[in-house]
Design a protein around this ligand. Structure first.
Ligand code: ZN
Length: 257
């Protein structure tokens, strides 16, 4: 069951009603935001089943609601747990306006490095670094649903590191699954691979410094410059991309002028 929120921005939470447990994929912005999800679990008659929460990564909008699931197993990549513990408090201050109900900063209590399988349920969690180094995904085999967190995003993905090749590999791995639907953190339900392919194309051209600025929409240009370049600038400066980046910044200046 897909639960989508629109306040303060579009975000997806996905519930898998299994035989033995209920899986809640991402927990959004606080305990109030999870009331709908808790009610759905009651309404579907799963109130006595064990709850398994999954945090696709440790950006605040994907785990602030963990506290709503008291006795739950909370699954996340090892780096996800580390990030919740090291960045959680600062996120409460930085994104205070986005808080929806009480927040307890609860990190994953069951971590994995590569994959974690619930074979009897046809549910598999796996590390898929990209948008962040801790980014992980879930394949729900019974319903053919691939949940990818913020790795897939329109119109362009948000980069946080100079990890183009790794990110592209994760996106390409999504194309190998036999899915009917892809659920990305902040987009409408995807039934076709177009957006994944467009995201790969952007990352590839970015890594080769062959982006065509003329083809960018205003929103794309804004995300590329105001988020991606600014966020990864220091890492780029300290990498083999330094010269290309300087040239790109010059091109951008000319383009914007
Ligand atoms: Zn997000």
């Amino acid at each position: 069951m897909l639960v989508s929120f629109d306040d303060p921005y579009h975000t997806n939470v996905y519930i898998i009603f299994g035989d033995k447990q209920v899986f809640v994929l991402d927990t959004f912005l606080g305990n109030d935001s999870m009331k709908t999800v808790q009610q759905l679990i009651v309404d579907e008659g799963y109130v006595d089943k064990h709850i398994v929460v999954f945090n696709s990564h440790a950006d605040y909008d994907h785990y602030w609601g963990n506290g709503a699931f008291k006795d739950a197993t909370i699954i996340g990549h090892k780096h996800c747990k580390d990030r919740v513990m090291s960045e959680g408090k600062a996120s409460l201050v930085k994104y205070a306006d986005h808080q929806r109900g009480a927040i307890e900063l609860i990190p994953p209590n069951r971590t994995f490095q590569h994959t974690l399988n619930f074979e009897g349920e046809g549910v598999r969690f796996f590390h898929s670094p990209g948008h962040s180094l801790d980014s992980s995904s879930c394949f729900d085999e019974r319903d053919g649903v691939l949940f990818v967190g913020d790795n897939v995003e329109s119109p362009l993905p948000y980069l946080n590191h100079v990890n183009f090749d790794q990110y592209i590999r994760s996106l390409e791995s999504y194309l190998e699954f036999d899915w009917k639907y892809v659920i990305a953190g902040h987009d409408q339900l995807l039934k076709e691979p177009d957006l994944i392919n467009r995201n790969i194309d952007y990352l590839r051209k970015f890594s080769e410094w062959s982006l065509d600025l003329d083809s960018f929409s205003v929103t794309e240009l804004h995300r590329h410059v105001e988020h991606n370049l600014i966020t990864i600038k220091n890492e780029l400066m300290n990498s083999e991309h330094k010269q290309d980046m300087m040239k790109h910044l010059e091109d951008l200046n000319n383009y914007i002028a």
